[in-house]
Design a protein around this ligand. Sequence first.
Ligand code: SAH
Length: 397
Amino acid sequence: LCNWMLQCYEVLQKIRNFQEEEFTQIIKFTPPLHKQRHQFVKDLVEKYKPKKVADLGCADCSLLRMLKFCSCIEVLAGLDICASVMKEKMHTLSPLPVDYLQPSERSLTVTLHHGSVAHKDPCMLGFDLVTCIELIEHLEESELEKFPEVVFGFMAPSIVVISTPNAEFNPLFPGVIVYRHPDHKFEWNQAQFQSWALETARCYDYSVEFTGVGHPPTGMEKVGFCTQIGVFIRKCPQPGHYTIFPLVINFIYYVAHVYHYVFLYVVKVFKAVYPSLKDEKYLQNAVISEVIFTAQIIKHRIMLKREEYGDDPERKSKFQPSVNRFSDYLGKLVVEKNMESFVSGNEVHIPLATIFSFPKVNRLCGTFEKLCKLIAGKVTLSNDGSAVMDLNNTFYR
Ligand code: SAH
């Protein structure tokens, strides 16, 4: 039965895409309406900088894919009742090789859950922003009744954004259509949406502002936006029970999960943890390669100087070095801070303090002690540990 329902859903999804294409041939939105809706959410994220964002009814995860590039977000979650549509492109939420080569400073975890917005589940707790883009019109009456309590009462994020079609715009679409999508259970006009939203906001102590995307044609402004949007902001700060509440719920959830599988309404189907410099393992790799890179630049400069000046100290003092601005900068750093690097036989000694004075190394490590700790055993050091040494043409140990 489940498979049959999923197949039906996929067919409906295809019909919907076809219909949307039809619409855009007559009333053309540039950029396309679904992109405008997602851009609206992105702008909201950039304005309020939430760390934890949940997208309910995430479908093919296209909004999540866009939001993963917002640098303020550290936790990103998607929930949908249709696992197959979610799974189709979920691999695109996995980290890419470049994410491992250059780990980001922020941490990012992306999870996808299969379940319904009509059920309270602990995995839905702790979010700053919850987005419900073109979701509510897909809910059955009983689900729509539970929706405000789940989202505003249980999840209680600081911000909720809800978008839904504006029925007043529909007559501008050609042909007789009841709803824009065969799976829509209703489509509200502006007054209906606004009264539902105002009542919900009042019940759960939120304020709400109305806006939308998809402007009506000139002269028809009265019909309003094609997609109407409500942005809800929680009035009171985080509820008092917030810190203890998820722990209690989690406990109940796991007991139920292990013994009875009773409350298992929501199932995790995907999790990706992005490499981050907050993780000591990636920080260490980044520091080691930056230290070696810096040491190689300094070594290169010493070798260049040697070739230019030879070993004659008189010539050296008369010579005005002007290799390039970067090597001048290196020169200043080395001389000003009295941290001279030197060559002795085949060995090159570069004081760690010199390397630490380079902005990128400095920023990555924070303290000199941390630098020493991270490179210990990985980079060749002098006996007293104060300098990086180049033995056999490699700084690596
Ligand atoms: N948010 C998507 C499109 C949503 S279409 C976008 O911005 O492009 C509506 C989605 O809601 C569908 O993927 C559907 O599977 C999902 N949905 C319907 N009822 C649901 C429910 N009770 N709980 C969670 N998701 C639901």
